[in-house]
Design a protein around this ligand. Structure first.
Ligand SMILES: Nc1ncnc2c1ncn2[C@@H]1O[C@H](COP(=O)(O)OP(=O)(O)OP(=O)(O)O)[C@@H](O)[C@H]1O
Ligand SMILES: [Mg+2]
Length: 267
């Protein structure tokens, strides 16, 4: 779990939109509606939320969900401090009190007791019962719940229950078009657009193998890593192996196949 606070007036992180997702986010925010972002790893979901939070001038609390995350990790707990027990708000409670944006990353990983906590917050009641302190908090204006998950690799048992997912507006994310991805990767890595465009072309070919040899296509994140290594002087083939091949597979045959694609694109 990590709470990360985006201060008012802080610089707005770079985000290149794909369509009208910024408008949908802003409309959800304005109406106090929760939002679910679906999409593959490394396609820009977290960056989008950071960008929108800064744009809207709201603090942002991010929680990476995992199967050990308990409701108390979100809500808070009594802690011993200098011989006294004091109540310490968790990130969700803080966001509810302050009217901040709370971002639950990989929400399907969360345990059932966590999703249950979200229910009264994500319908028109907008309340958070804090059983341990006996409080029932009404979400402050500006509070917004955003969650994300990757529908691709989650197993059947780990999909969201309809009663949970039907509480959220949803936006689907995918990898950007080649033109957009070239702009994103060039901006992030400061590699020149020509060499960046070649990497993006390679990524397109690698993504076409998803489902056959590869579980997931190469992410925009890995492309940024690769371009960054090249800009700093690493030979192209070495950077591609480290950033675009090895992270995708452990299978030697598949690796060889991927390297053939590299040769096809880079000659
Ligand atoms: N539209 C975009 N605008 C700007 N940067 C982007 C965009 N899409 C992807 N990126 C770049 O890709 C990187 C990875 O994106 P991000 O961390 O937001 O992915 P994610 O969808 O949250 O992945 P995960 O599901 O693994 O958490 C960002 O750090 C950023 O460099
Ligand atoms: Mg993320």
């Amino acid at each position: 779990m990590d709470g990360n606070l985006q201060l008012k007036g802080a610089e707005v992180p770079f985000y290149l939109p794909d369509g009208d997702e910024c408008d949908v986010f802003a409309a959800a925010y304005a109406n106090g509606l929760p939002l679910l972002l679906k999409g593959p790893t490394g396609c820009g979901k977290t960056r989008f939320v950071a960008h929108m939070a800064a744009q809207l001038g709201r603090p942002l609390y991010t929680v990476a969900c995992h199967d050990d995350l308990a409701a108390a990790d979100l809500i808070g707990r009594y802690l011993l401090k200098g011989g006294e027990t004091v109540w310490v708000d968790g990130p969700l409670t803080r966001a509810v009190r302050e009217g901040a944006i709370c971002y639950l990353d990989e929400v399907v990983e969360a345990r059932k007791d966590v999703t249950v906590v979200l229910h009264p917050l994500t319908d028109d009641r907008r309340i958070l019962p804090v059983d341990r302190t006996g409080e029932e908090l009404e979400a402050a204006p500006g509070f917004m719940l955003v969650a994300s998950y990757n529908p691709g690799y989650q197993n059947i048992l780990k999909t969201l229950k309809p009663s949970t997912r039907q509480r959220f507006l949803s936006i689907e994310f995918d990898f950007p078009s080649p033109e957009r991805e070239t702009e994103i990767v060039a901006t992030e890595s400061r590699l020149d657009p020509e060499r960046t465009a070649r990497l993006v072309r390679l990524a397109g070919k690698l993504r076409a193998l998803k489902g056959q040899d590869l579980e997931e296509g190469v992410s925009t994140r890995l492309l940024v890593y690769c371009a960054t290594l090249i800009r700093q002087g690493m030979p192209v083939e070495r950077a591609i192996l480290a950033a675009m091949i090895e992270p995708l597979t452990d299978d030697e045959d598949v690796k060889r196949g991927l390297l053939d694609l590299v040769t096809a694109v880079f000659g």
